[in-house]
Every structure is written in C-alpha cells, then in structure tokens.
Design a protein around this ligand. Structure first.
Ligand code: SF4
Length: 296
C-alpha cells in the first residue's frame, strides 16, 4: 500500500499497532504546523486498509494476534463519518482479533459533526483516548493559531465525549500566547482542563517550523515568542493550578526542554520541584526555541 506523507503519532502510542486510515489533515491551516503541507486529505479505501493489514499479518502474525490497542494514523482520522470508522474498526478486528481500543487524533470539529448516537456507537466499538489539539484556552490565541475553533467549542465537545464515556487526551502548547502571557495562558488552560477532565494532558512547546506562518511572523516581528524560562514558568503555573487528581500529566515530547511525566496529585510536588530547579538553572542562550526547524 502506498502512503502519502509522514506518519506522526503521539510518543505515548509507541507500543500501539499503527493502522493508517487517512492521509493529510482536513484543516491544514494552523499557523504553527507544517506536518501535512502539500498532502491533501484523503480517506484510505477499505481495500487499501485491508492490503496493509494483510501485509502486516504476513510480516508478523503473532504481533497481529497479540495487538490489543490500535492507533489510527492520520492528522484527524476522526473526521471520517461514524459509519466509515466503524467499517474500518470491523475490518481491523478481523485481522487483529484481540484489538479492543482504537485511538487517534481528533479535531474538536470532528467531534461536533457527530451525533450522540454516533459517539455511543464508536465508544461501543472500542474508540477511546482521542487526542484533542486543545493547544490554548485563550480565544485570541486560538484565533492567531488558526485552529478553527474557540475554547467554548472545545469545552462543549469534550463534555459530549465525557457524557458517552469516550476518554480524551488533551494536547496543550506552552508558549502559544507569546512573550509576557505565559501565566495568563496557564491559568486559562487549567480552568478549561479542570472543567473538561481529560484522561491525560500532553504538552508540547511552541516551535517555529520552516514554511509556517508562525516562522514568518517571528522573523517579521509580528509574533514575539516567549523564552524558555517563561515557558517553564507557564508550565509550573499550569501544574500548580490543575485539580485533576489521578490524571496523567505528560510533558516529555522532544520539544519540551524539561521531560516531565507524572500522576497529578501524588506526583504534583515532584513535578513542581523539577520545574523550580530547571527555572533556576536554565541557560536561555543554550536553548534557542526560535531556531527554525525543518519538521517535527
Ligand atoms: S496542528 Fe493538527 S489540525 Fe492543525 S494543521 Fe497541523 S495537523 Fe492539522
């Protein structure tokens, strides 16, 4: 099977069985993102998915037989209709008989386009742990980022997922509000996350990738990025304000300067101590976030 584009997945899905079902991103206009530039969104046909599964089975029948958790590859495979997702889940279960959980990236508007009945059917089929690009809880920041939805819509759609019991893992971006707004951003994000109660929170740190509007805006002085110390102070404020005991906080992405992972509540103080130490010790000149990067 030919696959057009790079395969991205959350680092914490490293042990999952990857199954591509879409290419590209339905939105593809976020200010900071170059992951799917030039890749039109496309749903892979059932025949293509089956060809992939048959090849995977040929390469490792025991891995297919043992796989319990499947990660659907693509920027936002949850854009597919419930019917199309259910068909692909049914197909995967024929090749991976123990597969129980189907996880993937989902945009807030992907959720909004599904009825409660659709969501319930997907939950019953095993859909769980949807990765939602929340990024920020500040509407002017979301507007600049070009996410295509506001924080109120994030709240509403995460609540709908909660009501049907589909867990969601929310991605937030440190530094998204720019220089001087880290604490404001952290407090708004904590308020939103405390309300929508994600299963996990995953952090990345804003980075300027070549070819993005963000990169051009930084070069032109239109957007002034926060320095690493401010990003870490933002993260510290967020961790301190989160009231989500027992939920996982994961900030160990290659883009995060201080790798942090723990369970909120029991590990909160340790994470705050690590951040305090880093804030005291960091040499901003050694970590140049504004440096242009080719890709994620
Ligand atoms: S950040 Fe996500 S939604 Fe935005 S363009 Fe990139 S892949 Fe698409």
């Amino acid at each position: 099977m030919e696959y057009n584009g790079t395969v991205y997945r959350p680092p914490i899905e490293a042990q999952s069985f990857l199954v591509p079902i879409t290419e590209g991103c339905t939105h593809n206009t976020c200010t900071f993102c170059n992951m799917y530039q030039g890749i039109p969104f496309r749903m892979l046909s059932l025949e293509e998915v089956e060809e992939y599964l048959a090849q995977a089975q040929g390469a490792g029948a025991s891995a297919c037989h043992a796989a319990e958790r499947v990660y659907f590859v693509g920027a936002d495979p949850f854009a597919l209709s419930a019917e199309n997702l259910l068909r692909r889940i049914e197909l995967v279960k024929r090749y991976l008989p123990k597969a129980e959980t189907f996880t993937m990236y989902a945009r807030v508007d992907n959720v909004a386009r599904k009825s409660d009945q659709d969501l319930r059917a997907l939950k019953d089929a095993g859909v769980d742990d949807l990765y939602i690009g929340v990024e920020s809880a500040l509407d002017d920041v979301l507007l600049y980022l070009g996410k295509g939805y506001m924080s109120g819509e994030t709240f509403e759609q995460c609540e709908r997922l909660n009501q049907v019991g589909i867990l969601h893992c929310d991605l937030l971006m440190l530094g998204a509000a720019g220089k001087g707004r880290g604490i404001e951003s952290a407090r708004a994000a904590a308020d939103l996350e405390n309300a929508v109660k994600p299963h996990k929170i995953l952090m990345t740190t804003m980075t300027a990738y070549v070819g993005t509007k963000l990169d051009n805006d930084i070069a032109a002085g239109v957007f002034v990025p926060a320095g690493e110390t401010e990003n870490l102070r933002e993260e510290r404020e967020l961790v301190a304000c989160l009231d989500l005991p027992g939920r996982e906080f994961w900030a160990a992405h290659p883009l995060d300067v201080v790798p942090l992972r723990g369970i909120l509540g029991p590990d909160t103080q340790d994470m705050l101590d690590d951040l305090d130490y880093a804030i005291e010790m960091i040499d901003e000149t050694a970590v140049n976030r504004v440096a242009r990067r080719g890709s994620m």
